[in-house]
Design a protein around this ligand. Structure first.
Ligand code: HPA
Length: 243
């Protein structure tokens, strides 16, 4: 079953019929919020609010392991992760949608694997291509139906947060080849791979990253872009559930 992880600006899938709610914990702790099973036409999907509902858990304190383990327990075999991001690439302005094909992890101190503790053997997942190509293709097909302002390749930089970056940090991200920057893409993507769950990221640019424009970044501009862009994201999610 398809699961959606909603980020900033997407704490509920309004308008969809809620069939069940799963509030169970996992051996890794409790997910950020109860997992909701929704129905659209005859199709079922799962939804989880990454930051809780209401939005209250900062990126570095999300229990990513509990979220992923709980989704798997509820039957998730594919995940579309929605992420609000900053645009590092100047061509990716507010409300642009990017489907990254690569990522660089700049986070630290996050519980980042299921493969630790009392192990029989050490496991290293292959992560050459961190996102599922079939799922990326499906997303691209649906996004193309709702907007021209999207790009199908990109490198997602995951920073620690919760503060935004300095202008020098964003320059370094650009030199590293990053196109967008967010705080929640990792370890989420790697944990999904460890569980064998297909995973792709649907990233909505909500501000030019620090120093990309001459202005400082305000919560008001982020909120405005979230409001303007989330309608398209919801359309894409609806179409993905019906696929
Ligand atoms: N940086 C990191 N994370 C973000 C940003 C940003 O500029 N905008 C939204 N999430």
């Amino acid at each position: 079953m398809l699961a959606i992880i909603g980020g900033t600006g997407l704490t509920e899938l309004d308008g969809l019929k809620v069939e069940k709610e799963f509030a169970d914990g996992t051996q890794w702790g409790s997910p950020s919020a109860p997992i909701v099973q929704v129905r659209l036409a005859q199709r079922e999907a799962l939804f989880l609010a990454r930051h809780g509902n209401p939005h209250r858990i900062p990126p570095h304190q999300v229990n990513y392991r509990a979220n992923l383990a709980a989704l798997q327990k509820c039957g998730a075999s594919k995940i579309v992760a929605v992420n609000a991001v900053g645009g590092v690439n100047p061509d990716m302005g507010a409300t642009h949608i990017n489907i990254p094909d690569q990522l660089i992890d700049y986070t630290h101190g996050r519980a980042c694997t299921f493969f630790e503790g009392d192990l029989k053997e050490v496991t290293h997942i292959d992560f050459t291509y961190p996102y599922s190509e079939p799922l990326r293709r499906q997303l691209i097909e649906e996004i193309a139906k709702v907007t021209d302002d999207f790009s199908q390749l990109g490198t997602y930089a995951c920073t620690q947060g919760p503060r935004l970056e300095t202008a020098a940090e964003v320059k370094k991200l650009a030199r590293d080849g990053c196109d967008i920057v967010g705080m929640t893409g990792m370890p989420e993507a790697a944990l999904a791979r460890e569980l064998g769950i297909e995973y792709a990221c649907l990233a909505l640019v909500v501000n030019p990253a620090a120093g990309v424009s001459t202005n400082i970044i305000t919560m008001a501009e982020i909120e405005k872009a979230v409001e303007e862009g989330m309608g398209r994201i919801r359309q894409v999610i609806g179409a993905m559930i019906l696929k």
